[in-house]
Unconditional design. Structure first.
Length: 149
């Protein structure tokens, strides 16, 4: 069984979210639907829940995936990746340890393949990737500190 996942979408992408929810049930993934609405509102809700540890991962869907990706990545501790195919999904987890998957308007079949691979792929812990993620986290910490001063 996978860890708990949060899912959300823009209003126009509710049919794809519904198909993914059915798929998550089928593959025995524990999830909560955190709703639908604007990019900023839904992405923030899912991203904050993931960053706070209420969910191990999140899935966000909008027209292109980019709006959700940008909005989610504003939350410290979130590493959202917009994936259009299985290879990007695998690499986002293996190399970048992405904790939120964003997707655009793609077919339910492709979306299911992407979600399955993304959920099953573990971070590789290769020293190159670990070092790169450390640099990203250091940059994030620097700018978060700058905002609070």
């Amino acid at each position: 069984m996978y860890e708990k996942v949060a899912i959300g979408c823009t209003i126009r992408r509710m049919p794809l979210k519904a198909a993914l929810k059915e798929f998550l049930i089928k593959i025995n993934v524990d999830f909560d639907d955190l709703g639908d609405g604007s990019h900023a509102d839904v992405a923030r809700k899912v991203a904050e829940a993931v960053a706070q540890g209420s969910y191990s991962k999140g899935i966000l869907i909008c027209g292109t995936g980019t709006g959700m990706e940008i909005a989610a990545n504003k939350v410290p501790g979130v590493y959202a990746a917009n994936c259009r195919n299985v290879q990007e999904a695998e690499n986002s987890r293996k190399m970048n340890d992405a904790n939120i998957l964003t997707m655009g308007d793609i077919s339910p079949e492709v979306a299911k393949d992407i979600v399955k691979v993304w959920l099953e792929t573990e971070f590789s812990n290769d020293e190159r990737f670990v070092a790169e993620i450390k640099k990203i986290k250091d940059t994030e910490a620097f700018y978060c500190h700058q905002r609070s001063v």
